[in-house]
Design a protein around this ligand. Sequence first.
Ligand code: SF4
Length: 152
Amino acid sequence: MWWLMRYSEEQIVWQEVPGETSLAYTITGCDIGCKGCHSTHTWPLNSGELLSVEYFKTRLNTYAGFISCVLFLGGEWHLDTLKTYLRIARKQGLNTCLYTGLETPPPALLPYLTYVKTGPWMSSRGGLADRGTNQKFIHVKTGEVQNYKFWS
Ligand code: SF4
């Protein structure tokens, strides 16, 4: 069913959202089709494990006091479902982040996001650590582009 989100990876990560310890879900079904995508195995919509609300809440409880943020790598194509999960995370006092390949994230998600990474993967421009990248890491409330956090 199209509204059910599925994920291929669940990880604790530190680099993707600087200054945060994030519980990250790679959501399956991206149809942006970036040339050189490193995650083509996640493209089929029905691949991966179901991310049920019950399971998600259980994981937030498991990591309570350890994580400070929940990161979704994709999932904006499940607009209302993703909004629900972001709201659950925010209600628990967590920051939230979405990595999207879109240039502009869906406006309906912005009230529930602390950070958003925008832009497709372009191998000639590199990722957030590259100063010539097309991608932007944005603090949503202030609108500040914070790519500098990825520069060493
Ligand atoms: S947005 Fe990400 S997952 Fe989707 S095709 Fe581009 S690099 Fe791959």
